[in-house]
Design a protein around this ligand. Structure first.
Ligand code: CA
Length: 363
């Protein structure tokens, strides 16, 4: 027995000491992780602190700082402060900055399928798009698509249904769109082109002066909350509320993959959960503020709110189907994402046709 004790006790002691050592080491490396701080830069495609669009990245920075107790600080830059609004994607891809906040359809020249994650003419509403992204496989497809660029995309807010926009003349027939120079990005712009119009892509901050000078005859932007902020009512007489080209537009957070991988696990989780919170919060904000802003436009600024005639919308739908069919044939990536999106849309449209559509008419 004595011999056994003499052998076992030192062995046990070694085991216990080793275990303590491991624990101490683990504790001290946890402490190192817990005190390491990260300073990130986020560039955006919006004027600094612009209502809705520009507040989403500010909110994200605030949430992340508070949840991480200051271990991850994100400094937000407006369009043009560090890079121009349309160079956000490249800046994140190249690692010039760690994050960006923008709209997926701005990158269609680089990635033809990217507009599907933002807004498709006659496509999903905000609620439907969020359902597809987070429970229908959409986000996985989006992340696969941006992976070759070293970027992780996350949904970064939704504007809800957008207005058809501001025009200097009335739109009574599809022929009224012929030769019309209009600021309209994404697939919507291609549909306008099919109708004989001239789509022009301008960052938000450049639209008002282009409309006022007559460089463009019309513009879409977002909806009353954002359009009031830019003062478009001073430059165009007719405001069309019809929803067609952007029925629920998703914004995006772009994260440099390498920078994300360098974060400890808890900060990674804080980043993804903060993005998800801002995604919902932004939609709530738009829903709350749009109707109030529309009242102000009508009552204070005498804006005429009009609807596009049904035959014009039917023609736009027909052109839209044509443009999408051509994109599917031309690009494998577009075809893959569209297959998932359109299948989800068909199902959820049937569901909402049986539920919300009659409800909206009955309440
Ligand atoms: Ca828009």
């Amino acid at each position: 027995m004595k011999i056994v004790k003499q052998i076992i006790l030192p062995v046990l002691a070694v085991i216990v000491l080793t275990a303590c050592g491991d624990k101490q080491q683990a504790a001290s490396s946890d402490e190192a992780v817990a005190t390491q701080t990260f300073k990130w830069k986020m560039v955006t495609s919006w004027p600094k602190n612009f209502p809705g669009l520009g507040l989403a990245p500010e909110k994200f920075a605030q949430y992340v700082s508070e949840m991480s107790n200051g271990r991850l600080q994100v400094q937000v830059f407006g369009a043009g402060e560090l890079v121009p609004g349309f160079e956000v994607f490249d800046a994140v891809s190249q690692g010039t900055v760690q994050m960006g906040h923008s709209g997926p359809y701005y990158w269609k020249g680089k990635i033809p399928a990217s507009p599907i994650f933002g807004a498709m003419p006659f496509g999903m509403t905000a609620t439907e798009l969020n359902a597809w992204l987070h429970y229908g496989g959409g986000l996985e497809l989006w992340q696969q698509l941006y992976k070759p660029f070293g970027i992780i995309p996350l949904a970064g807010g939704n504007s809800g249904a957008q207005f058809a926009g501001w025009f200097k003349k009335e739109i009574n027939t599809i022929d009224d769109l012929k030769g019309l120079k209009m600021r309209i990005p994404g697939i919507g712009g291609e549909v306008l082109q099919r109708a004989g119009g001239v789509p022009i892509n301008l960052p938000g901050g450049e639209i008002f002066s282009a409309l006022q000078s007559g460089a463009i005859d019309g513009t879409e932007w977002v909806g009353p909350y954002n359009d009031l902020a830019f003062g478009f009512y001073q430059a165009a007489e007719y405001y069309y509320s019809s929803v067609w080209h952007e029925p629920g537009t998703a914004l995006e957070f772009l994260i440099n993959e390498k920078a994300f991988n360098e974060l400890p696990k808890d900060l990674q989780k804080i980043v993804t959960v903060a993005a998800r919170a801002v995604n919902e919060d932004t939609l709530d904000e738009y829903n709350a503020r749009n109707n109030n802003a529309m009242k102000q436009l009508i009552e204070k600024h005498n804006v005429q709110i009009k609807e596009l005639p049904a035959p014009v919308l039917a023609e736009l739908k027909r052109f839209s189907d044509e443009v999408i069919a051509e994109q599917v044939a031309a690009d494998e990536g577009f075809a893959k994402v569209w297959a998932s999106y359109s299948a989800f849309l068909a199902d959820i449209r049937d569901y909402h046709n049986k539920t919300l559509k009659p409800y909206f008419e009955n309440r």
